[in-house]
Design a protein around this ligand. Sequence first.
Ligand code: ZN
Ligand code: ZN
Length: 132
Amino acid sequence: MIDEHSARMTTQRRVILEELRKVTSHPTADMVYKMVRKRLPRISLGTVYRNLEVLSEQGLIQKLNIGGARMRFDGNTSEHCHIRCVVCGRVDDLPEEPTVSLPELGSESGYEILGHWLELYGRCPDCRAERK
Ligand SMILES: [Zn+2]
Ligand SMILES: [Zn+2]
């Protein structure tokens, strides 16, 4: 993990990181672009893409590749699970971690288990309300 205060962090990259950490909506690059443009009106979408790429390579943000939908980004890099709405595509953090013991699960495979990827999907509260 690279220190976010290191000299290599450009202003643009810092603003992108700050904006991303303010929200829990797991925005797409387009959404990040709109958020960042309020503070950096001259930034381009390409620059936002590039910096999101660099930030995720540095481990400062998470890139979420959820259910074939558009790439989304998460300023929260702690291990947590996501739930995706199949109707509107919104992605939320799962409030509770499922209790699964990874070493136990993986013991049969012969692998040393380093992590897991659990994706939940359903209908979000807004989309459920619209159905009624
Ligand atoms: Zn929804
Ligand atoms: Zn998240």
